[in-house]
Ligand binder design. Sequence first.
Ligand code: PMP
Length: 409
Amino acid sequence: MTISREGTNLDPWYGHYAERTAGLSASEVRALFAVASRPEVVSLAGGMPAVSALPLDTVAASMERVMTERGPAALQYGSGQGTPELREHILEIMALEGIRAGVDDVVVTTGSQQALDLVAKLFLNPGDVVIAESPSYVGAMGIFRSYQSEVAHVPMDDDGMIPHALTERIASLRAAGRSIKLLYLIPNFHNPAGVTLSAERRLEILDIARKNDILIIEDNPYGLLWFDRPAPQAMRSVDDEGIVYLGSFSKTFAPGFRVGWALAPHAIREKLVLAAESAILSPSSLNQMIISDYLDRADWRGQVDVFRGLYRERRDAMLDALDHYLPDLTWTVPNGGFYVWLTLPSGLDSKGMLPRAVKELVAYTPGTAFYADGSGREALRLAFCYPEADQVREGVRRLATVVRSETEL
Ligand code: PMP
């Protein structure tokens, strides 16, 4: 075997990697997790759910019961589509957001992240375009890039993606001969922007996608975590042909189980199951059974209420602190989820400012992480989900010190 030593990289396999690996790069968020995990740093960076608020003894009892009552099945391979039992539960959860579907329409995946990867794998050829909000979820854009496709952003305001901007973007991409395959949306409590797509715009955007023959991915991990009023009904509740809907147990239960799902139109669903089987054979039987048991026996709706109350308190702490310490800046006001999007005074660079912030013992995610086109320097994402309310306040206070000293430079 000859080993190519092309390029300057010390990796002896440098010349062997597939072209699609050029799109693989450590996300800015990932690098931050290492820094922000130091206990003295208030991390407003990662979107980590507050799992310590779960009733851990109830979860432990579910684990124990699954092992003692159904151990051999839990430790065995299972259906590539997921257990029918869990899929029934998933239907019940989605019904809370107005979605009606059949148990065969659901595919259980290893987190909704895997569902995103599978959908991308089914649809994206190199050079294809995915339209996404501006900004968009860093983890989704990483997947699209890894299939050598491009993200085209469409601007948002406080009501989410702007429909006429979407129409214009589609027209200009088509005029340039581009193939648009997917419209990727996070309608509820957007990551990272914190905004929610209004009910009217959901219908308008559905109409635009339908007329232009573009498949929508409705990514909805945060929908049940609303604060002041529920989010509008899911887009999938009014269209079951043109949408792949993605859900997750990561935010309403626990991300450590790595269980999410896709709800797809019949033909796509069949291909999704084949792709899932080829990727992982079957999702974890053990984890699906534990989740089913928890959903059967625990007051999971009450627990979602606990999470909502806790995140609302932290959101309030963040908004109060922003009002108090950074009154001249602008930010989004989320009605659910984990994130606030903060716009810095013009001329400031959120990425360049980060080392200074970490020195002041606060971390955030620079806006540039959420754009495929290099923009976002003047914005940053603040996550209020993980630190307790007083720590959220302290984090914003530290951030304000950094912003002020940067503006005085
Ligand atoms: N989509 C969005 C918008 C997210 O914020 C996340 C998690 N940060 C995911 C998908 C992936 O979630 P999971 O794989 O844990 O279900």
